[in-house]
Design a protein around this ligand. Structure first.
Ligand SMILES: Nc1ncnc2c1ncn2[C@@H]1O[C@H](COP(=O)(O)OP(=O)(O)O)[C@@H](O)[C@H]1O
Ligand SMILES: CC(C)(COP(=O)(O)O)[C@@H](O)C(=O)NCCC(=O)O
Ligand SMILES: [K+]
Length: 249
């Protein structure tokens, strides 16, 4: 079995797959290193032969997670590294090492699955869009604040926007104009995300007509589903790229 980790700025997504056929043994999303060890350790009949990691955290934080995994499960974690070119995709950044590894792996995964031009929209702490042309050229992309950042900016930098998580969840039962602070903020931020997604789709259409595949991933992907009805929702897109960048055995 192989343990796979996607360490984002807010959460660690994890899954355990069988090495032979990549079938999924278990997986989840946790908010701390210790919660990760507890969740993976709770899997029945766990037999890890390896671990691969993608991280957008600092080198120290990433090393700490790898060390903890080594101690808890006696496997060496292999961390995905930037590349100028891989699996037919060419990194479009002037300095390829600066492109977020989650974006790079999602681009690899998308191009592998679609085998044609792709737009990847990844909605996590940040909202990201990346464009890969039919010949594998990564054309670059966009980074904006995602739902958690938009929401926390408003809560932090205004005096009268205050609400709890439970009412935030309730507020998203509709996107009608808000009649309370929580509705106005939560629905407004979702409309911003949807606007982001629609604008990226327009760009892709201008570049490629109808000849492209849209991928939607990240924890907040469901919030823009209706703004991108043609999108393939692939929650584990980064893991698809991670397996390509870090083959084990
Ligand atoms: N089961 C879940 N656990 C935690 N967050 C979730 C879950 N489902 C959706 N989310 C939302 O996903 C977002 C985080 O997305 P994610 O892609 O994990 O971000 P990052 O990679 O930046 O850590 C948050 O806005 C959070 O509310
Ligand atoms: C843009 C990001 C902060 C997104 O992080 P996430 O929302 O996945 O937590 C990450 O991809 C990153 O640190 N990128 C480096 C900067 C760049 O891609 O240009
Ligand atoms: K991420």
């Amino acid at each position: 079995m192989i343990l796979e980790l996607d360490c984002g700025n807010s959460f660690i997504k994890w899954r355990v797959i069988h090495a032979a056929d990549a079938t999924i043994v278990g997986g989840g999303i946790v908010d701390s290193d210790q919660a990760l060890v507890d969740a993976v350790g709770a899997l029945a009949s766990l037999r890890l032969a390896g671990c691969r990691v993608v991280s957008v955290r600092s080198e120290d934080e990433t090393a700490a997670i790898c060390a903890l995994i080594g101690q808890a499960f006696a496997v060496t974690a292999r961390v995905a590294e930037p590349a100028q070119e891989m699996a037919g995709v060419r990194n479009g950044y002037e300095d390829y090492q600066r492109l977020g590894m989650d974006r790079w792996l999602a681009a690899l995964g998308a191009f592998h699955l679609a085998q044609r031009a792709c737009l990847v929209i990844d909605l996590g702490t940040a909202a990201k869009a990346d464009f890969i042309s039919a010949d594998g050229e990564h054309l670059g992309g966009y980074i904006c604040p995602g739902m958690p950042l938009m929401r926390s900016q408003l809560r932090t930098h205004t005096r009268r926007i205050r609400y709890d998580d439970a009412s935030a969840e309730r507020a998203l039962s509709s996107l009608a104009p808000g009649r309370s602070t929580v509705e106005a903020v939560e629905r407004g931020c979702v409309l911003m995300l949807q606007g982001f997604a629609r604008t990226q789709l327009e760009q892709a259409r201008a570049l490629w007509g109808d000849d492209f595949t849209v991928f939607l991933t990240g924890g907040d992907a469901p919030l823009v589903r209706e703004a991108a009805p043609q999108a393939r929702v692939v929650p584990d897109l980064v893991f698809v790229g991670l397996a390509m960048a870090c083959p084990l055995d």
